[in-house]
Design a protein around this ligand. Structure first.
Ligand code: DP6
Length: 354
């Protein structure tokens, strides 16, 4: 992923919009540097996205790292600096031109920053795409496939799940024997058949808690080191990927629901059984889960939930059931949401240059 690139660009600006993604099989646990302990699989989202403009200026360098400013919605955002600094340090060997530049990184999210929706996947993907695009200016012959792979590789150095936000609609991150082209270093599009019932699948993100995360994902991943159930969990992720292949091919929604909900609960079970242990679900998270189970049972609609490392609930359902499910959300679930807020999203096709 490293090339000798001599950039001639003096100054300019590049803008990319990268979507968020929701993992079906969860990435939880990692090795140095930013390599997943188990393979994961996600749906790329459509509306939940980060748009980042990278303004660059060639400046005499200190010979080590780029200097940069970071703005969120037009205002300086010092809170983002440490993560971006670490990202630049990790990316330096693969983008040797970085040190010659000063960057102004202007970023904005389609969802409120305080919503509790993680912006690191979409944010790191958008930044990685801008930098790969800057590299492409010096290598105009760079093939599209290489461009996407490199952007995913760099995004991973910022945040593992960000590697899955370059392409869509279904993306695999981490070496998995069932997908020979898969890698621990970047994500690849799922290469097998996806039944039309999954096309345009919906994701309603119910905002249960808008507070700051109690425990960062990075700290959570680290707690998998020495975790008594780690090896069983990593094997389970692989066998869930094996299970999903025929599920996707046949459009087996019952099979899909079983794997996706189990993955969400196991993710939280890992947190509850680590040392120190912690609980990120809130009473309303459990309230929603119970209502979803009751609804699925009584209405026979293949509605299921998944969770990230937080209290918010993602509801997944086929496009054809959206009118009925969205009525159910309005009637039964908004009361569990912080200020009644939720976001209706759907599967998307990846990042776009603006
Ligand atoms: C629970 O990608 O946020 O959302 O690599 O440390 O930035 P870092 O972690 P991150 O972890 C994502 C964890 C998850 C599951 C998933 O998206 O697969």
């Amino acid at each position: 992923m490293s090339r000798t690139v001599v950039l001639e660009a003096e100054s300019g600006s590049i803008t990319w919009r990268a979507p968020s993604n929701i993992a079906l099989v969860k990435y939880w646990g990692k090795r140095e540097v930013q390599c997943p302990a188990n393979p994961s699989l996600s749906f790329t989202l459509s509306k939940a996205a980060t748009t980042t403009s990278l303004k660059y200026e060639n400046r005499p360098s200190d010979g080590i790292s780029p200097t940069f400013e970071v703005l969120l919605d037009g205002k300086p955002e010092e809170g983002f600096r440490p993560k971006i600094q670490t990202f630049f340090e990790r990316a330096r060997p693969y983008l040797p031109f970085l040190k010659d530049y000063h960057f102004i990184i202007e970023t904005s999210n389609s969802f409120p920053h305080s919503s509790g929706i993680a912006s690191s996947a979409s944010g790191m993907a958008a930044l990685a795409l801008c930098l790969t695009d800057l590299e492409r200016q010096a290598s105009p012959g760079m093939e599209d496939a290489y461009f996407k792979k490199k952007a995913s590789f760099l995004a991973r150095l910022g945040s593992g799940s960000a590697s899955r936000s370059i392409q869509g609609p279904l993306v695999q991150f981490g070496k998995y024997a069932g997908i020979p082209e898969s890698s621990d270093l970047y994500a690849v599009p799922y290469p097998y058949k996806m039944h039309p019932v999954f096309e345009g699948m919906k994701d309603a993100i119910l905002l249960v808690d808008k507070g700051e995360k109690q425990v960062s994902s990075t700290a959570g991943h680290n707690l998998m080191k020495g975790h008594p159930f780690a090896q069983a969990r990593y094997s389970q992720a692989v066998s869930n990927l094996d299970t999903l292949k025929p599920v996707f091919a046949a459009g087996d929604l019952d099979g899909f629901v079983r794997v996706v909900e189990s993955e969400a609960l196991v993710l939280h079970a890992m947190m509850m059984s680590s040392l120190p242990y912690y609980v990120l679900m809130k009473p309303n998270t459990l309230g929603i889960i119970q209502r979803v189970w009751d609804y699925r049972h009584s209405e026979q609609v293949p509605l299921c939930f998944t969770l990230d490392a937080g209290a918010n609930v993602h509801l997944l359902y086929p496009r054809d059931d959206s009118a009925q499910v969205e009525r159910f959300i309005e009637e039964a679930l908004v009361d569990y949401c912080f200020e009644g807020q939720y976001i209706c999203d759907q599967i998307g096709f990846g990042a776009k240059k603006m």
